[in-house]
Write a protein that binds this ligand. Structure first.
Ligand SMILES: Nc1ncnc2c1ncn2[C@@H]1O[C@H](COP(=O)(O)OP(=O)(O)OP(=O)(O)O)[C@@H](O)[C@H]1O
Length: 471
């Protein structure tokens, strides 16, 4: 069914501990969120699956974890110092400040149901606003000693191109993947974790020869769209591709295609996949004049390194082209939660909330529940099973006896736990001799069907159903 409103997700996230508003006890800090006990598991699972698919399952990828703080010249030559700006308008009446190109996303401060410009307030002319956060580096407050918090992870990859190439001996084409925090001083952070000031990105910079770029770009679009469907469980009906029209393209981009997801707030960008030509390496390299850079770049007077690749076939140094798939971790988490959310009407007239997460993404894979918590043998057996499953190390298993069994099932449904294992009187051989000793019931989250499984087969039973099948 999927979530109908963002409020359903916001309230589930707070109630069950997926995501909390940032700095809540001090009144909050706009555009920041804290991932709670379940949110951190879900987010880690998403990042792990992405890394698995994009680094481990391929033969042409390396990983990187570069610093958030970088020399300020990085942002000068990347173009962010002068082009990473949004047009801002102020409302003369309500004193609100809004992004001129996103007025439809914003609300008037006086009439929250109206968008700015549609109310009686007059807007000022748009003026540029740089979205990078500045911070001071070192103990002396000197106007020259500042750094930016990176607004994207990508630049850390470009400036390490030569290091990665020299240390790995890679041949073109190859890519570098990175997952990490990015910061943007968004004018109107909104829609929960969709647009925040601190967020995470999963990015690839894939280096190739000019001429190969178009086919590689196309292959990434297809592969990543399929990944969101197959691995993350997003419905193909709610996903679409947006071919960014020429007049909206960033100046360096030859072509950009966005993977869009239909959130309850509307269809919005989940991942952007851009062909950035030789702009990035061309911008950060020295000896620009000696290289045939096709993109329009600033004259670089500070770089100490040639960011080129020696192409044996043509016997010359080339500046590789770059294909960049860039996805938001938080927008991924939000899409996954919206997609998985379901309210199901039960035969007894009650409604159960269930998160139909792909098992590989579920924060908790198995909950082991004792039917009675004042029966020492049942409790002991349940705890032993919990330890046995957890010690296998692959999936997070919890023991819970804090409520009656019905309530415990409902709680696990709501957080997306695919399997509940219940230890009862049959398990410990206390009921009549019915052949069920040393077996447990395994309840499936989606169908609510229960199966009797011998304890010694339990690990394999669950493992088979949790690990994503390849192909
Ligand atoms: N403020 C933000 N909060 C959360 N995720 C973000 C934010 N800005 C960008 N992202 C994520 O990073 C990815 C790559 O960033 P990119 O610069 O292409 O975004 P963008 O085109 O500026 O996004 P938008 O147009 O929505 O502001 C986006 O597809 C998105 O998933």
């Amino acid at each position: 069914m999927a979530a109908q409103t963002l409020d359903q997700i916001v309230s589930l996230c707070k109630r069950r501990g997926f995501i909390f508003p940032g700095s809540e006890i001090y009144g909050g800090l706009q555009g920041t969120f804290d991932y709670g006990p379940l949110g951190v598991e879900l987010k880690n699972n998403l990042k792990r699956l992405w890394w698995q698919h994009n680094v481990y399952d391929r033969d042409d990828m390396e990983g990187l974890d570069s610093a958030i703080l970088m020399n300020r010249w990085v942002w000068y030559y990347s173009g962010h110092e002068d082009t990473f700006v949004d047009p801002l308008v102020d409302c003369k009446l309500c004193k609100g400040r809004f992004r001129a190109d996103k007025l439809q996303e914003a609300s008037c401060l006086k009439h929250p149901k109206l968008h700015p410009g549609e109310c009686e307030g007059e807007l000022t002319e748009p003026r540029p606003f740089n979205m990078m956060f500045k911070t001071q580096v070192g103990p002396v407050p000197d106007p020259e000693s500042f750094a930016y918090l990176r607004p994207e992870t990508a630049q850390g990859i470009f400036i390490n191109f030569k290091n990665v190439l020299d240390s790995t001996g890679r041949k073109l084409p190859f890519g570098v993947a990175q997952i990490g925090k990015a910061f943007r001083n968004e004018v109107t952070p909104r829609n929960f974790v969709f647009r925040t000031r601190e967020f995470e990105q999963m990015e690839i910079e894939y280096f190739c020869r000019p001429g190969e770029d178009e086919a590689i770009h196309e292959a990434f679009i297809k592969d990543h769209l399929e990944w969101w469907i197959k691995v993350c469980g997003l419905s193909p009906d709610r996903l679409s591709l947006y071919e960014v029209p020429p007049h909206e393209l960033a100046h360096y981009s030859k072509r950009t295609v966005d993977i869009m997801y239909r959130y309850p707030i509307g269809t919005e960008e989940l991942e952007g996949i851009a062909n950035r030509t030789d702009f990035d390496l061309g911008s950060h390299t020295r000896d620009q004049d000696k290289l045939q850079i096709t993109a329009k770049v600033k004259k670089n007077e500070h770089s100490t390194e040639r960011l080129t690749y020696f192409d044996q076939a043509s016997n010359r140094h080339i500046v590789p082209y770059v294909i960049e798939p860039s996805a938001g971790v938080d927008r991924g988490v939000l899409a996954i939660l919206c997609e998985a959310y379901d309210e199901e009407r039960l035969d007894n007239g009650e409604t159960r909330v269930v998160l139909r997460l792909k098992p590989a993404l579920a924060p908790i894979k198995v909950a082991v529940l004792p039917l009675k918590k004042n029966e020492p043998q049942i409790v002991e057996t349940a705890k032993r099973i919990k330890r046995m499953l957890q010690e296998a190390g692959e999936f997070r298993t919890v023991y819970d006896d804090t409520a009656g069994i019905g309530k415990l099932y409902r709680r696990q449904d709501e957080i997306g736990t695919p399997f509940c294992v219940t230890v009862d009187f049959d398990t410990i051989g206390r009921a009549e001799d019915n052949g069920l000793k040393d077996t447990v019931t395994v309840r499936d989250r989606d169908t609510m069907k229960q199966e009797r499984v011998p304890i010694k087969e339990l690990y394999n039973y669950i493992r088979e159903r949790i690990m994503p099948k390849k192909g």
